[in-house]
Design a protein around this ligand. Sequence first.
Ligand SMILES: [Zn+2]
Length: 414
Amino acid sequence: MAERVIVVPERVIDTQRGESMHDRAVVVSGDRIEGIIAATDVPDGSRVIRLDGTTLLPGLMDAHSHLIGIQDTGQGYASLVTRTGAQEALTGVKNARDTLLAGFTSVRDVGTFRAFADVALRDAIEAGWVEGPRMLCAGAYVTCPGGGGDLTGLAPDVDAVVPRELRFGVTSGVDQMRTNVRQILRYGADFIKVLATGAVLTSGTNPGVPEFTEAELRAAVEECELAGTFVAAHAHGAEGIKRAVRAGVRSIEHGSLIDDEAIELMAEHGTYLVADMYDGDYMLEEGPALGYTEEVLAKTRLTNEAQREGFTKCVKAGVRIANGTDSGIAPHGWNARNLGFYVRFGLTPMQAIQSATRWTAELMRWEGRVGTIAPGLYADLIAVPGDPTDDVTLLQDVPFVMKGGQIVKGVGAP
Ligand SMILES: [Zn+2]
């Protein structure tokens, strides 16, 4: 018999309907949610965890994290050749723990330069060797040569001998796209991340400029569909966004320089927008001290304000939104700060909570596993004092975290 635990908070958030429920208790059996009962019906003799004055909600989700790697220094990715694959992988151990203890029980990890280090971390977490969130992994960056996901800035003779695992997804042309996507999925990725435009942090690339043809992007989508999965597209510039949406990607990451036509296309296609809204401020405030190059700072200034205007327009147009932070730019564990920006630029606090639970679960196709407090789903639960549907910043300090029925932080933790 699986152990039963009954959690009794002051209110429970129904992230599917966007409502708060009072006088409820959540019954956990083993690693799953058994059901929601009236708080007055808690049976005698059960193990009860009383969390007076708190709000209980599903564990938070981040659809755009990078758990592998040290914090970004904003000096370009050439420095990646100074660290081994083992060093890179072990950074993930710390980052995963910081993320989980902040109340983020699931992440979609959208890429690592050391191919498949994320897959190894995902498997170690699933095996119980390492504390961390559930992970859906991209495995590698699918990018054009010299593009937003490539290792740029090396001398040509060094450039020629970079190990393949640092460039696993570098792709040119439709045929190579098919080959690389198949291989990345075969080596353990759960979905594919493409860089449809240049990137802020990759030196020598321009966020406004498309880096794949629509035919290349469509080939990636087709290969993913054959494998039962999807493509997430990093895209800042409007043309890159449109190509990606028309090609059938599931989400646009960043979306900073979006235009009205692209917004309309996203609404029409049901494409998710995953907007990292806090990290731009972090980069402008902390970047100079961290040693960010002027190139990166200039690109941050170009994209930051524009992204906010675009986000507001997307919300008004009914574009699907999921929570994504680009954690690894700001420290891991600060993920909830993004939600304050979602509220500032268009969502209600309840919607911001839904974006970081149910809506991200739907984006990941995990709505049958996590993102809602409902029978049969994993018992991934967090509690915060007060009411985050009044003040979403309360989610920046989460004192109670349960993952799969195990209390990893707070009352009842080992
Ligand atoms: Zn990213």
